[in-house]
Design a protein around this ligand. Structure first.
Ligand SMILES: [Zn+2]
Length: 101
C-alpha cells in the first residue's frame, strides 16, 4: 500500500449518479468532511469509463489545499436516511436526477 498521510486526507463517502440525457457519471459527495457540503466529481462516460478508477484521493473542491479520499458509501444503517431524502426532495432541496429522464 502506498504511504498515507493521515492528517492530510479524510474519507468522503460517495454515491454514483448519472446525468439524465447524457452518458456522464458523477461521484456525488453528499457530505464533505471539510465543509459538510455536496460536491460532484466527474466519473467519466457510462460506456467507456470505469468510475472506480476515479475513487481514491482527490482534491477537495472547497479547499484546493486539501484532499479527501473518495470511498463508496457503506449501506445506511440509520433509518433516518431515506426519510430525510424524501423530505428534502418534497421541499425541493434535492433534485433526484433519476426522476427526470
Ligand atoms: Zn467541501
Amino acid at each position: 500500500m502506498a504511504k498515507r498521510d493521515r492528517t492530510a486526507s479524510r474519507t468522503a463517502f460517495v454515491t454514483l449518479r448519472d446525468l439524465p440525457g447524457t452518458r456522464l457519471m458523477f461521484w456525488v459527495v453528499s457530505e464533505c468532511p471539510y465543509c459538510a457540503g455536496q460536491h460532484l466529481h466527474p466519473a467519466g462516460n457510462l460506456r467507456t469509463a470505469d468510475p472506480g478508477e476515479r475513487l481514491g484521493e482527490q482534491p477537495a473542491p472547497c479547499d484546493p489545499s486539501r484532499t479527501y479520499e473518495l470511498s463508496l458509501a457503506p449501506r445506511p444503517k440509520k433509518k433516518s436516511g431515506k426519510n430525510e431524502r424524501r423530505r428534502a426532495r418534497r421541499e425541493g432541496k434535492v433534485r433526484d436526477w433519476d426522476d427526470e429522464v
